[in-house]
Ligand binder design. Structure first.
Ligand code: ACM
Ligand code: ZN
Length: 280
């Protein structure tokens, strides 16, 4: 996959999600959780209180091994550690986590900041830049991190203002698992939301809240297609097309140039035969 993509000038960036979204890891290695398990692999998506015990040194050793193994597969200059949706519930009840927080002179709630900084140090030591979802801003950003702004554009603004790079992927414009029409009874069941192609096309990734220099930190846009409600690749295609075309123009167009949705629709009509030719 990495090579196939490289030949098409696409760099595949790996993402593992830590310290939250780790129920499968905990089920296999219960000693890595605050309570020691037993844990089960989650049968449902969502946010779970059981996350990695950030007070346990063994966790760092295991994660460093995982990063080393993935680095052999992915030559990308970036490594994404996720970092979203990690509640501190268990850390606040865990002796090891409390001790770690005391040692670091921080609130137990902010242990994710300590954890993320340590992960970044390791990733930077391998010559790579760390990416994380905007939750990694909370309690202070790791020194060289690139932020993926998903809960809105605020994370990207905060990151850019403190001289960090950011990727714009707010739910309200860039979540292609959301419905694309408001006739939801005529659509395949989706996770929710409403992001029609016109809305995608209207996105401005360079907010006025940033000056010209700060705007240079916005690396670009990203669409997300989570597949909880999507069983087949055909359905993936249905969800991303033609919204990809709209987001591609958002990315490629000079942001100073006025946008005209009706003109975009004319260009889009010329794309449809290409989609058909490719069997999309
Ligand atoms: C996310 O959608 N939880 C990044
Ligand atoms: Zn713990």
């Amino acid at each position: 996959i990495v090579e196939y993509a490289r030949q098409r000038h696409i760099e595949v960036i790996p993402e593992i999600d830590i310290p939250g979204h780790t129920k499968a890891l905990l089920a296999a290695y219960p000693e890595l959780g605050c309570k020691g398990g037993p844990y089960t692999v989650s049968h449902n998506w969502g946010v779970h209180h059981d996350v990695l015990c950030v007070g346990n040194e063994r966790v760092y050793a295991v994660l460093q091994d995982i990063i080393d193994e993935l680095n052999q597969v992915f030559p990308s200059a970036y490594f994404n550690i996720g970092g979203d949706e990690a509640p501190s519930t268990r850390w606040q009840q865990c002796k090891r986590c409390q001790d770690k927080a005391k040692e670091q002179g921080i609130d137990t709630k902010h242990l994710q900041q300590y954890f993320t900084k340590r992960m970044e140090q390791y990733i930077n030591g391998k010559g790579k830049t760390m990416i994380g979802w905007d939750e990694i801003l909370e309690g202070g950003l790791a020194p060289n991190a690139t932020v993926m702004s998903w809960r809105g554009i605020g994370g990207a603004i905060e990151a850019a203002k403190s001289n960090h790079d950011a990727i714009m992927t707010p739910v309200s414009y860039c979540y292609f698992d959301y419905y694309q029409t408001d006739k939801t009874d005529k659509e395949p069941l989706a996770i929710g939301g409403y992001v029609p192609v016109e809305r995608v096309y209207s996105f401005n990734p360079y907010p006025d809240a940033l000056n010209k220099e700060q705007q240079k930190h916005i690396l670009g846009v990203q669409a997300n297609v989570w597949t909880e409600y999507i069983k087949t690749f055909k359905h993936v295609q249905y969800m991303v097309l033609p919204r990809f075309a709209a987001l591609a123009e958002v990315q490629w167009e000079d942001p100073a140039k006025p946008k005209d949705y009706n003109q975009f629709l004319q260009r889009l009509m010329r794309l449809l035969p290409i989609y058909q030719l490719e069997g999309y």
